[in-house]
Design a protein around this ligand. Structure first.
Ligand code: GBH
Length: 452
């Protein structure tokens, strides 16, 4: 298959890493196996009407029982690393309570099988599956949740640190704060609007505590991964510019700046309530990571909301942009990734650690059952455009070390259930049958060519 013409592979320095990602709740299934506890996502899928089609996240790709099939696919793909997440409630069903050996054993086997296949395990400690008992006590609204997370990090570091040397602490705290606690479209489904803001600080504190625990156990590489978007004002009016600035602060800057500069942006100036910062928190949160992770999917066009609404902005379609399977919510604008990376370099300068793209990818309508190849040319175009956009940033001097496709597999797309397929590999959700798509061959060829 010919390489996409726009990618200049010579741009990517020797040692640049090509990876693929999944997350525990989205691929594992087996929610009650071997003593696993309950998380807010178990509660969310069990709540009538919360998830599209009543999907329960089981069995789906069934990776708890079929991880060897995943490892074989990763080996065939030739990726440097596999990004997967560890389920807190498999390892410690009740926070503060005893450790569950069976859960640790699963991740130990996964890590060992990856090593044997020549793929470096890159584990995420937390990809949205908070233990239910912590949520009952207030979840990320409470500082104590960050402390429990620090203990969980110590347990995992101690048990798996000999095999897993590369770690992401938290995945996309912005999604948890905005979708989980502010508007309620993701677990735990709360609609607290601006009252959700303490969840930002407590998650960042959890990152700081976990990073410290992982380092103390000798980890080689630790960092957070944030979801960032390029915010585009819908027009040049003062109202739209202000709305865009507020959205940029809430989506990007409250998550980036404490980590990269040790301070929150000026919230008061924008009428945003203050964070519950205690002495020493920002010192801990701003201990430099070994990398800074960025998940990027799309830019966001923001307009002022009509007067009198509960939030001062609204997200509107991005004019002229093609869209993914999610529709106008997900405009496809690869150049926005270059601009975002240049903006990070400009804004944070030498305080910016090497960057890692922790997720990038797209869903498009595809059949549920296939008998033969899946021609996902639209996914190839999306990935090629964004890889090229990373290349353009590297040529302009931004230090990016890794690119990760979301996702290795079609999987449980949260509130959208089984309806959005992001995989390089098609999964039949009735049989767990895996079928590599054209994008799998395309990515495999790109990786091989970049090394030759
Ligand atoms: C990432 O989130 C996640 O890390 C990953 O788990 C996910 O599968 C992937 O991207 C694709 O979505 O709350 O109703 O707006 C990116 C942020 C969160 C954006 C879920 C889409 C849709 C549901 N995504 N959101 S809603």
């Amino acid at each position: 298959m010919p390489q996409h013409p726009s990618i200049d592979l010579a741009t990517f320095p020797p040692g640049f890493r090509w990876s693929a990602a999944t997350a525990a709740f989205q691929v594992e299934g087996s929610r009650t196996a071997d003593g696993r506890g309950r998380s807010i996502w178990d509660d969310f899928v069990d709540a009538p009407g919360a998830v599209h089609g009543g999907a329960t996240a089981e069995p789906g790709p069934d990776s708890y029982r079929r991880h060897r099939e995943d490892v074989a696919l990763l080996a065939a793909l030739g990726v440097d690393r596999y990004r997967f997440s560890i389920s807190w409630v498999r390892v410690q069903p009740e926070p503060g309570g005893p450790v569950l050996q069976a859960g640790l054993d699963y991740y130990r086997r996964l890590a060992d099988d990856l090593r044997d296949a020549g793929v470096t395990p890159f584990a995420t400690l937390y990809h949205w599956d908070l233990p239910s008992t912590l949520e009952q006590q207030g979840g990320w609204l409470r500082r104590g949740t960050a402390e429990r997370f620090g203990e969980y990090a110590e347990i995992v570091a101690e048990a798996l640190g000999d095999r897993i040397r590369h770690w992401y602490t938290l995945n996309e705290p912005v999604s948890t704060s905005l979708q989980g606690y502010a508007v309620g479209t993701l677990a735990p489904g709360r609609q607290l609007l601006f009252d959700s803001l303490p969840t930002v600080h407590h998650q960042l504190l959890a990152h700081g505590l976990a990073q410290r625990a992982l380092r103390a156990a000798g980890a080689e590489e630790v960092g957070i991964v944030n979801n960032h978007t390029l915010v585009l004002p819908a027009s040049g009016t003062d109202a739209d510019l202000t709305a865009a600035a507020v959205y940029d602060v809430l989506h990007n800057r409250v998550f980036a700046e404490p980590v990269l500069t040790g301070a929150y942006p000026d919230l008061e100036a924008l009428g945003i309530p203050p964070m519950p910062v205690a002495d020493g928190d920002l010192d801990l949160i701003s201990v430099p990571g070994d990398f800074y992770g960025i998940n990027f999917y799309n830019p966001t066009t923001v307009a002022a909301a009509p007067q009198g609404g509960p939030i001062p902005f609204e997200i509107v379609p991005t004019p002229g942009a093609p869209v993914t399977g999610f529709g106008a919510e997900w405009p496809i604008v690869p150049a926005a990734l270059t601009e975002l990376l240049l903006d990070f370099r400009e804004r944070y300068g030498d305080r910016l650690p090497p960057l890692v793209i922790g997720e990038n990818g797209a869903s498009f309508p595809e059949p549920d059952h296939v008998h033969g190849p899946v021609d996902d040319a639209d996914r190839i175009a999306y990935l090629a455009g964004h890889i090229d956009a990373v290349g353009a940033a590297i040529r302009a001097g931004v230090d990016v070390r890794e690119y990760t496709v979301w996702s290795l597999l079609d999987n449980f797309e949260w509130a959208d259930g089984w309806t959005q397929r992001f995989g390089l590999v098609h999964v039949d959700f009735d049989t767990a049958q895996r079928t590599p798509k054209a994008s799998f061959d395309w990515y495999r060829t790109l990786i091989a060519e970049s090394r030759s």
